[in-house]
Design a protein around this ligand. Structure first.
Ligand code: MN
Ligand code: MN
Length: 458
C-alpha cells in the first residue's frame, strides 16, 4: 500500500506482534551499540538459528544457511536458494556504525584537578547535543600480547557514567553570540573521568589515581590506549516514545534499525527461497564507507567468490560478474522523517512520514543529484508489485528540499559494481542526535517488506 498511514491496517493480533517485535528491537538497541558488539550479537543469533561459518562448509546446496565475518565489524549471511547462484541473489545491506565520539590514541590528561579523556568525533554529529548528558565507553583494548580487553562502562545500573560539561546560562553572554555550528568546538569534546587526587607524592595527582584504577580494575596501562578502539556513546536504554507508545526513542537507529530488521528478515525466512538470500552489515558508512570493513571493501567479492566456489565447484571472474550483475539489492538505510517543527526544509509531497512504512529513495545525493545512485524504474516496478501483493505499506521520499542539503548511503557503491540497488529504509526524526526517533509501524513494515523482497523479487 503506497503512502498511507500503516497504523490503520493492524488488527488486535497484528498489533500485538508489532509491539512484541519492537520490544525485541528496543532490547537490541539498548544492548549493542558498536559495530563489534552488533557483529558478535549477529554471529550468536545466526548460529542459534542454524547458520554455519562459511569456512566450515565444503559444499553449498539449496536450503543451506551460512555466514562470514570480517575483522569483527562486517557480517554476511546467506540462505542458499533453489536457483543457480549465477542467476543473481537478493541482498539486504545495512550499516552498523553510528555517529559517536572516539578516544584519541593518547587521550589521558589532567587539568585543574580533573582527569579527562580527549576525543575525536566520528561521523556527522551535532556537537552541542553531546554535552551535559550521561555517556558510556564501549570498545576494545588490545594488549601487546594480543590479549583483548572488552570495555563496556556506563550501561549497568552499578556502573559510573561520564560526561562533557557545558557552560551555565548565567555566564554564557559570549557563547550566545556563536553559531550552532561553532558553539561547541570539536577539540572541547573532552570526557570528565575523575577528580580524586592520589595520596602519593606525584605531579598530576588526579590522573595518577585514574591510571591506577585503570590498571587495577581493567588491566589497562596508559600506553595500551595506543592499540585501543574505544567509542563514547550515549549511556542508557532505548525506550518507547509517546503516551500511545507508537515510537522508539534511542541512540543509533541510523542504521541499527535497518540492520536489525534486515538480519531478522533473513533469520525468519520460513522456506528455502528461489533466489539465494543475503544480508550484509557493513562498517564505516558514516565516514564514507572506506577501509577494509566499509562497503567499498573487496570483502564482498571475496565472500561471493567463496560462495560460488562452494555452490558450483568452480570459480572464475566472469561467474562473479554474472552473479553481481543479476543481483538485486535494497540498501537498507534510514531516511529523514518529516518533522512538522522543521517543515521549511522539507518538500511535503516528497517526504517520508513516520508511520507510512518502508521508505524508498530512488536517489539521494546533493544539488543536481550529485553522487547519487538513481535506481532503475524497471527495478522499482518489480518492488511495487511484490510489496502490494504482500500488503506491505511503503512510501517514497527525497532527502529534504532541493538544494537544502543532501546525503548518501552505500547504495551507489554496490550499484557501481553493476547491480540493481535502491535505498529502502525507515524514516528517522532527529537523525544523528544522541536520541533519535522512529515509528514502531515503520520498523515492522520494513521487516515485512525485507522478507517479501528476499522471497519474491526475481
Ligand atoms: Mn545511515
Ligand atoms: Mn548517518
Amino acid at each position: 500500500m503506497y503512502n498511507k498511514n500503516a497504523w490503520e491496517k493492524y488488527d488486535e493480533k497484528e498489533l500485538e506482534k508489532l509491539m512484541s517485535f519492537n520490544d525485541d528491537y528496543i532490547d537490541f538497541l539498548s544492548n549493542f551499540k558498536t559495530e563489534r558488539e552488533i557483529t558478535n550479537f549477529s554471529v550468536e543469533i545466526l548460529e542459534n538459528n542454524g547458520f554455519k561459518n562459511l569456512d566450515s562448509v565444503k559444499e553449498l546446496k539449496a536450503g543451506d544457511k551460512v555466514y562470514a565475518i570480517n575483522r569483527e565489524k562486517n557480517v554476511m549471511a546467506f540462505v542458499i536458494g533453489k536457483e543457480d547462484v549465477l542467476n543473481g541473489i537478493n541482498i539486504l545491506g545495512a550499516h552498523i556504525d553510528s555517529p559517536r565520539l572516539d578516544l584519541k590514541q593518547n587521550p589521558l590528561y589532567e587539568s585543574n584537578e580533573f582527569a579527562y579523556l580527549n576525543t575525536h568525533y566520528y561521523g556527522g554529529i551535532v556537537k552541542y547535543q553531546w554535552v551535559a548528558r550521561p555517556l558510556a565507553i564501549h570498545g576494545v583494548v588490545i594488549k601487546k600480547s594480543g590479549e583483548k580487553i572488552i570495555v563496556n562502562i556506563g550501561e549497568d545500573d552499578n556502573d559510573p557514567v561520564f560526561c562533557i560539561t557545558d557552560l551555565l546560562p548565567h555566564l554564557s553572554a559570549d557563547k550566545n553570540q556563536k553559531s550552532a555550528n561553532t558553539v561547541i568546538a570539536g577539540e572541547d569534546l573532552d570526557l570528565t573521568i575523575g577528580s580524586i587526587p592520589s595520596k602519593n607524592d606525584e605531579k598530576e595527582k588526579v590522573l595518577a589515581n585514574i591510571k591506577s584504577i585503570l590498571v587495577e580494575k581493567y588491566n589497562i596501562e596508559e600506553e595500551d590506549f595506543v592499540s585501543a578502539e574505544l567509542e563514547i556513546v550515549p549511556a542508557g536504554k532505548a525506550k518507547s516514545l509517546g503516551l500511545d507508545r507508537s515510537m522508539v526513542l534511542g541512540y543509533g537507529h541510523d542504521d541499527r534499525v535497518c540492520a536489525y530488521t534486515s538480519l531478522k528478515a533473513i533469520l525468519d525466512l520460513d522456506e528455502t527461497p528461489n533466489r539465494t538470500s543475503c544480508c550484509i552489515l557493513v562498517d564505516k558508512e558514516e565516514v564514507g564507507s572506506i577501509g577494509a570493513t566499509g562497503a567499498h571493501s573487496k570483502f564482498f567479492e571475496y565472500i561471493l567468490g567463496k560462495l560460488i566456489m562452494k555452490a558450483k565447484g568452480e570459480f572464475n571472474d566472469l561467474m562473479l560478474m554474472e552473479l553481481i550483475t543479476n543481483s538485486y539489492m535494497l540498501s537498507s538505510d534510514v531516511s529523514a522523517g518529516y518533522d512538522p517543527l522543521y517543515a521549511s526544509v522539507f518538500e511535503k509531497t516528497n517526504s517520508s512520514f513516520l508511520g507510512h512504512g518502508l521508505t524508498f529513495n530512488k536517489y539521494t545525493g546533493a544539488r543536481g543529484k550529485s553522487g547519487c545512485n538513481d535506481a532503475n524504474p524497471e527495478f522499482i516496478a518489480k518492488i511495487r508489485k511484490v510489496l502490494d501483493d504482500n500488503n506491505v505499506y511503503y512510501q517514497t521520499a527525497e532527502l529534504g528540499r532541493v538544494d537544502q542539503g543532501g546525503g548518501g548511503t552505500i547504495a551507489y557503491i554496490l550499484a557501481n559494481k553493476n547491480m540493481n540497488v535502491i535505498d529502502a529504509g525507515i524514516p528517522v526524526m532527529s537523525m544523528h542526535a544522541p536520541s533519535e526517533a522512529v515509528s514502531k509501524a515503520d520498523v515492522y513494515e520494513a521487516y515485512l517488506g525485507y522478507i517479501a523482497f528476499l522471497k519474491y523479487i526475481a
